[in-house]
Design a protein around this ligand. Structure first.
Ligand code: HXC
Length: 260
């Protein structure tokens, strides 16, 4: 696969997407979003990929937002189409069957913060900065930011961040639950890989079903969500992984899951 603005590797079950436009702070122009879509579509259909990590190239920027220079002269129709396309690609990340860890290695502003929020959880380097600075440009978040930030940190915190254009540092992001862990830059990818490997030791089918149950439940009322959970809980017992997982427990050994 050929890419213009991302690096893409699959090694030992871990797919890594590294957003790579270093001269432009890894900003998301249309070509970069198309690259991300291509990689995500590949991952969605891959049996080899068990966990995904998304990060940015370098040690200063994760992604400094959508490309302002590219958007500046858009008319409302072009802007609407761009928002719809980018938001759709970012939702594809959220809907990947595999878990997705975002390793936020620096500024995650605007569309960068929005990509991170579509991932299942976020680890940040200690120099990371999060923000939705769009109102300062006379626009609003357009890749899902108004929706996902409010769901992740609550409406009051989301409104303060978005309406006052208040960037937050990694310590504050940790405090409000936007990230799960903050580590020095050099430890960021190792930390993400360590957790990826921990996930890969679990029953692979169960991991994907658990992710889906959580995501589905966030879209509906709790009773419907619990009903979905009950249904797919039952389905787990149709897998070889369930037989192996429980047998291994009773035989006091590690499970040898096949993902079936
Ligand atoms: C295009 C960008 C960019 C962006 C940085 N650059 N952010 N280009 N779009 N979003 C470019 C700069 O112009 C510069 O290139 C180079 O990257 C390095 O950035 P500097 O500003 O020189 O670095 P620094 O002084 O360290 O400041 C870093 C920064 C700042 C704080 C991240 O660049 C910044 O505020 N960027 C904009 C952040 C932003 O507003 N993001 C939201 C975008 S709107 P040159 O060639 O000029 O030297 C958005 C909407 C999403 O994301 C939804 C769309 C539908």
């Amino acid at each position: 696969m050929e890419f213009e603005n991302i690096l893409f590797t699959v090694e030992e079950g871990i797919a890594t997407i590294t957003i790579n436009r270093p001269k432009q702070a890894n900003a998301l122009n249309a070509a970069t979003v198309r690259d991300i879509e291509k990689a995500v579509d590949y991952i969605a259909g891959s049996k080899d990929v068990q966990v995904v990590i998304i990060t940015g190239a370098g040690d200063k920027f994760f992604v400094a937002g959508a490309d302002i220079k590219e958007m500046a002269d858009y008319n409302p129709k072009q802007a609407g189409d761009w928002g719809t396309y980018g938001a759709g690609v970012i939702t594809k990340i959220e809907r990947l069957p595999q878990p997705v860890i975002c390793a936020v290695n620096g500024y995650a502003l605007g569309g960068g913060c929005e990509i991170s929020m579509a991932c299942d959880f976020r680890y940040a380097s200690d120099n990371a900065v999060f923000g939705q600075p769009e109102v300062g440009l006379g626009i609003i978040p357009g890749f899902g930011g108004t929706q996902r930030l409010a769901r992740l940190v609550g409406p009051g915190m989301a409104k303060e961040i978005i309406l006052s254009n208040q960037n937050i540092d990694s310590a504050e992001a940790l405090r409000i639950g936007l990230v799960n862990k903050v580590v020095p830059q050099a430890e960021l990818m190792p930390a993400a890989i360590k957790t990826a490997k921990k996930i890969m030791k679990q029953g692979p089918v169960a991991v994907q079903i658990a992710k889906k149950a959580i995501n589905n439940g966030l879209q509906c009322d709790i009773i419907t969500g619990i009903q979905f959970e009950s249904n797919v809980f039952g389905l787990c017992f149709a897998t070889k992984d369930q037989k192996e997982g429980m047998k291994a427990f009773m035989e006091k050994r590690k499970a040898d899951f096949k993902g079936e």
